[in-house]
Design a binder for this molecule. Structure first.
Ligand SMILES: Nc1ncnc2c1ncn2[C@@H]1O[C@H](COP(=O)(O)OP(=O)(O)OP(=O)(O)O)[C@@H](O)[C@H]1O
Length: 255
């Protein structure tokens, strides 16, 4: 299933937040959205997930979600959103219970997503026993359990230290290589965008509009082998963003 954003504009009262956004999230691709603070990235993700409706435009689903998908549009947040009193397995089973899936059927799904996120030995652990990186892997496992058509990821690594972030980027690449999930990934971090994105949508300052859509045409598995090429892409993105970010900063100070 592809997702097509068609002429999305939005205002909160008198504040125009997004302006005529058009792009497509193709099945099997990771699309990163970058842009200065307050340009509307998280708002756009809420529209894609159907949590809110834009003032103008629409998000079209082209094609069907995977047949076994329980929740086609599934979020992964920066703060993991795990229930502290439930074990790792319990946190994952919760989303399956919502769909009436219990017993051996649930166990099979949980075992599969724990294996894919390298958490098989930690099913009985409570969130407080886990590092930040492992908590986010549990959140990813929980999201995968509902077989989403598209993962909606809002700054998923920004609560983590830089080494853990590196490891999780490797994990996200490994996961994608094993099963080509679709994701829309909002980030401030240009390094994450060039490591993980097949395409990077660059938004201007508020009201966010598409400044550029940059293809990163190096296979995900080869990116670390080409640091100079990645740096070139990152520099290109930063040049697009530099003036926008500076102006956005001043706007926030004026507010
Ligand atoms: N529910 C809301 N009601 C009113 N204004 C809102 C609401 N949600 C967001 N905004 C405003 O819309 C603008 C865009 O917010 P949004 O969080 O989407 O930006 P962002 O690009 O994700 O920001 P950041 O990079 O800082 O996380 C901001 O000015 C914000 O204050």
């Amino acid at each position: 299933m592809d997702l097509k954003l068609d002429g999305i504009s939005h205002a909160y009262d008198a504040t125009r937040v997004l302006n005529n956004i058009d792009f497509t999230i193709k099945a099997g691709q990771i699309i990163c959205i970058i842009g200065p603070s307050g340009c509307g990235k998280s708002t756009l993700l809420r529209f894609i997930g159907g949590l809110e409706r834009p003032t103008e435009g629409q998000v079209l689903q082209i094609g069907d979600p995977p047949a076994e998908s329980l929740n086609p549009l599934t979020y992964i947040f920066q703060d993991f959103a795990l229930l502290p009193w439930r074990t790792v397995r319990g946190n994952i089973s919760l989303v399956l219970e919502d769909h009436g899936i219990r017993g051996t059927e649930a166990d099979t799904i949980i075992n599969d997503v724990l294996a894919r996120t390298k958490l098989s030995d930690f099913g009985a652990a409570l969130p407080k026993q886990l590092s930040g990186g492992m908590k986010q892997r549990v959140a990813i496992a929980r999201a995968l359990a509902v077989k989403p058509a598209c993962l909606l990821m809002d700054e998923p690594l920004s609560a983590l230290d830089s080494q853990t972030r590196e490891l999780l980027m490797d994990d996200l690449v490994d996961l994608w290589l094993k099963e080509k999930y679709t994701a829309c990934y909002v980030t401030h971090n240009l390094n994450e965008a060039v490591r993980l994105g097949h395409r990077v949508v660059v938004l201007s300052r508020r009201p966010g509009q598409v400044r550029d859509i940059v293809d990163i045409d190096i296979p995900l598995e080869d990116r670390l082998k080409h640091p100079a090429l990645l740096q070139e892409k990152q520099d290109y993105l930063w040049n697009l963003m530099r003036e926008e970010a500076r102006a956005a900063d001043l706007e926030l100070l004026d507010a």
